[in-house]
Structures are given as C-alpha cells and as structure tokens.
Write a protein that binds this ligand. Sequence first.
Ligand code: IPE
Ligand code: IPE
Ligand code: MG
Length: 238
Amino acid sequence: MITKKKIPKHIAITMDGNGRWAKKQGKARIFGHKNGIKAVRETIEYAVEIGIPYLTLYAFSAENWKRPEKEIEALMNLLVASINNETPKLMKNEIKLLTIGDTGKLPLATQSQLEKTITKTKENSKLTLILALSYSGKWDILNAVKKIIENKELNENITEKIFEQYLATKNVPDPELLIRTSGEHRVSNFLLWQIAYTELYFTNTLWPDFGKKDLEEAILEFQNRERRFGKTQEQIEC
Ligand code: IPE
Ligand code: IPE
Ligand code: MG
C-alpha cells in the first residue's frame, strides 16, 4: 500500500505506446490515441484521489510535428474534443489546466479550446494538470535564455532560481517522479532542466492499458527509493 506521507508532489508522464497498441490489434494508429484517453482519465482520477498536487502529461512533442499530417490532424481533433468533454469534470474535481510548450504552433481551434478551459479552471486548486504540447526541453531552455536576454538579466549574478522563473514550468515544483510507458528508456526531449533529480520509472505497459494499478505501482516503487541528492546514505538517515 502507498503511504499518504510520501505522495510525490509532482508526477510527469510520457504517455507512449498508443501506435503499437493499435497495431497489435491490426488497427490504425489513431485508434490507439483514442483509447489513450481512457488512460488519461483514470490517471487524473487517481491523482485527485490520492492528492497529487501537480501532474504533467507529455501529449505532443515538438518532434511529433514530423509525423504524417493525417495523424497530427487526428490528434489535434482528439485533443479539442476531449478537453471540451472533460471541462465539467475538471471543474467538479477542482482541477486547474495549464499547458507548457510552443503552443502558438498548434492549430487555432486547439489553441482557443485550450484557452477557454484554462480560463475557466484558473481558480481551481486541488490538482494542477499540465499538458505538454508542442513541447521540447531544449526549446524550453532556449526560450528562457531568449527572455532573460530581453529582460537584460543575463549577467554573472544569474542564479538557478532566477533561470527557473523563465522556464515554462515557472512556479511549478520539479517532478519527483517521471513515468514512461511502452518500454522505451529515453527522455525524448521532455523536461530536461526540471528532471535533474527526478526518480525515473519505466514500465512495459502500453499507454492505452495504463490505469490506476500501474500508477499505484509506480508510486509504491517511488516511495521505496532512497533519494540522496548527492549526500551519503548515513546523512540521509540521521
Ligand atoms: C504516444 O504514442 C502518443 C504520442 C506521441 C502523441 P505513440 O504514438 O508514440 O505510440 P508508439 O510509440 O508509436 O507506439
Ligand atoms: C514522446 O513519445 C512524446 C510523447 C509521448 C508525447 P515519442 O513516441 O514521440 O518518442 P520517440 O520518438 O519514440 O522518442
Ligand atoms: Mg512513441
């Protein structure tokens, strides 16, 4: 059983494996994306249930723009429809929606649905749900550097704390746990700066099959890990 005392403050998830899930059943990739929605819903429900304050879901990377146009279009439509459908539930569960990424690149209909729900949910405070869309960790860091130069804050006094205020995750604590599904063991340009000390968890489960039990298992493993942050085991224990 997971202990209430050590619930991660921020979990980030790379939701991978939709295409392979569909292929296994002889279906088109988009069938996998559609079935991934159920896993998203279950993950969010469980996060609310156990009181996780921040959940970041990697939904579309900057590199995913290289996919076939048809798949991108279907993904964007799916995103608009799901956010629209789920907005009442976000309100009911007091979930605040945010996005990180180069969202100006998204189709206008997607941008406007996102803005609508972000505005509607902005006073909610139980769970902050962050969707990473057109996101890349390198983009995030470079974008921060550009803004710092613009604000003339680039000098020898710059600190990590100041730098973090320019990242897309401004005011969001770094993830304590990063989960990636589908058996791939790579970061794929997700939160680079922010995962400096994050616990990594990989599962072979394909995203559409991911559910409460999988999330519970990941959290259980997290709770049994010793986070040392560079110190010795003896220092941690006392
Ligand atoms: C993750 O599943 C969803 C997105 C990247 C949008 P994939 O579409 O990457 O599925 P696989 O990895 O090809 O199985
Ligand atoms: C990472 O998955 C991005 C998302 C899950 C949104 P990909 O399927 O795009 O990653 P690679 O290309 O296999 O590394
Ligand atoms: Mg993939």
